[in-house]
Design a protein around this ligand. Structure first.
Ligand code: HEC
Ligand code: HEC
Length: 475
């Protein structure tokens, strides 16, 4: 495989793993499905009928503002969600809130006409998102991803509520230049993802009769919206201009040969167990610890810490402050809700194990814990010898550190989690081969790992050696 192809491949997979994208498109040779425009169109039409969002004939021209109204938030516009501070959004409608101005002069009264807003109906968190950052760029030029996450409970009596949707989680995505503080006033999301969580999965008693009988619903309905500056219109596929800007340099003069990524297959690939079972997706843990790892002096984003740009935007840099506690507690609440959702939908998924582990660790502390303390315990691993990464082994500490830096970005949600030692040991040979493929294997697109960058030779050497030393476990 030529260097150009390798890099183009890296772009494809990186784009997928950016988790920004309408679909988990992976090109030929890679077994995650990437869907198609036809499938995505059909999906949205079906979703329209199931959830009562417009009609199948017109759903493709819907936008995020309409979906907000459908959730019971008429009056609150996309631009308000992006521009207002988390503090202002979370206290909307409360008498203590002060004077919050929405973009429409009648916005607030419209919003409150639909019933009172209860505390906790809206949760907001802004954070550094290494996931959506192109690590193949040189550190000094590396732009940095940030996300604003908003969880809205479907309001009582709304169309969403009538269609058994409990909540909507939105992710606005932003990329900043190196050294630039995120969330400058007026900056708009270039792509926005939405998960509508239903209360209809698993299906209640199938023999059920009468009013309580719910239709068979997916656990999550996925939607994706294009650039907010252009109306946050429903999109089937990636807004390619982001890739063109952020990733094109990698392609060494090739035109931006970016594959398209479509809902829903891709979303379920990372938001569910392998093989992805469509319709049984779960939300993914918000792993604050991993974000903090990545700004350490020896990791990929030391400039953030150096420039005093906080990992949790609203928490500031002092992990013992009340401000940090408030920001952290929003994430804690979200992860609690995710754990409940995961336990209901797919309790054995490794995604559920990850969330449970985060919650246990952060029951007592809000402070950053290092990778070795975050190992998945044997009890959460499912069948197998139940190996665990341990602090007393310097090899474990070193190997898990490398896997966390170079692989977790994808192998925290795709196929296996690097925090599960049994799953890593099981793949010992495969990992070794994929790190240093023979020429014939290197020809296979997507075979070589990691696909998003070249590992510095010294680190690669250590990875191979340490993986080699892992105990032998049946595959
Ligand atoms: C490469 C894996 C990957 C793919 C593909 C992916 N996601 Fe995610 N997604 C994640 C991870 C991991 C998080 C947690 C937030 C983070 O780490 O930035 C997340 C978070 C989210 C969230 C916030 C709620 C939560 O689960 O934490 C939404 C909404 C979301 N993704 C929607 C989508 C949609 C829609 C698609 C398909 C178009 C998609 N995702 C595809 C990995 C992925
Ligand atoms: C940018 C995303 C990404 C990164 C980073 C990444 N991988 Fe992967 N990896 C994938 C995808 C996607 C697949 C699925 C490919 C397929 O099915 O052919 C995969 C598959 C694998 C597999 C085989 C799948 C299985 O179930 O056993 C192994 C082993 C693997 N990767 C190891 C690694 C290691 C080790 C690293 C870090 C050094 C790494 N990967 C980093 C995306 C990534």
């Amino acid at each position: 495989m030529s260097r150009i192809t390798v890099l183009a491949r890296a772009v494809q997979v990186l784009a997928v793993c950016a988790a920004l994208l309408p679909g988990t498109g992976l090109a030929a040779g890679v077994t995650l499905p990437n869907g198609s425009p036809e499938k995505a169109t059909e999906y949205y039409k079906k979703l329209s009928k199931t959830l009562g969002i417009r009609t199948p004939d017109t759903v493709l021209s819907t936008n995020l503002d309409e979906v907000l109204a459908w959730l019971g938030y008429r009056g609150l516009a996309t631009v308000d969600l992006e521009n207002l501070s988390p503090e202002a959004l979370m206290c909307l409608g409360a008498p203590t809130c002060g004077d919050v101005k929405l973009s429409s002069p009648t916005g607030l009264s419209q919003l409150l006409q639909q019933g009172p807003l209860r505390p906790g109906d809206i949760l907001v968190s802004r954070f550094f998102a290494p996931k959506i950052t192109n690590v193949a760029e040189a550190p000094e030029k590396r732009s940095v991803g940030f996300r604003k996450l908003i969880r809205l409970k479907a309001r009582e009596g709304s169309e969403a509520d009538k269609h058994f949707i409990e909540s909507a989680t939105l992710i606005f995505n932003y990329v900043t230049k190196p050294n630039e503080a995120p969330f400058a006033p007026g900056v708009r999301s270039f792509n926005t993802q939405l998960a509508l969580v239903s209360s209809g999965y698993p299906r209640p008693d199938p023999s059920c009769r009468g009013e309580d009988c719910r239709p068979l619903l997916d656990s999550i309905y996925w939607m994706d919206f294009g650039a907010s500056g252009q109306g946050a219109k429903l999109s089937l596929q990636l807004d390619a201009s982001f890739d063109a800007r952020g990733l094109q340099p990698l392609q060494a003069g090739k035109p931006a040969g970016i594959v398209s990524y479509y809902v829903p297959d891709g979303c379920d690939s990372c938001h569910g167990d392998p093989p992805p079972r469509l319709g049984r997706g779960v939300l993914n843990e918000l792993d604050t610890d991993h974000w903090f790892d990545r700004v350490a002096p020896t990791d990929d984003f030391p400039q953030l810490a150096k420039n005093g740009i906080p990992v949790l935007t609203d928490g500031g840099n002092d992990q013992t402050s009340a401000q940090f506690a408030r920001a952290f507690d929003v994430i804690r609440q979200l992860n609690k809700e995710y754990a409940e959702m995961q336990a209901r939908v797919n309790p054995k998924s490794f995604h559920a194990a990850a969330t449970t582990t985060w919650l246990r660790l952060h029951e007592q502390t809000r402070q950053h814990r290092p990778p070795i303390e975050r190992a998945i315990a044997p009890a959460l691993q499912g069948p197998g010898p139940g190996l665990q990464w341990v602090r007393s082994s310097s090899e474990d500490v070193e190997l898990l550190g490398l896997l966390n830096r170079y692989c977790f970005r994808c192998h925290g949600s795709i196929r296996f989690s690097v925090f599960n030692k049994t799953e890593v040991a099981r793949r010992r040979l495969d990992i070794r081969m994929r790190l240093r493929p023979k020429p014939a294997q290197a020809e296979i697109e997507g075979y070589q790992m990691p696909p998003d960058r070249e590992i510095p030779p010294a680190d690669l050497e250590r990875l191979v050696t340490l993986v080699n030393n892992l105990p032998r476990v049946p595959e």
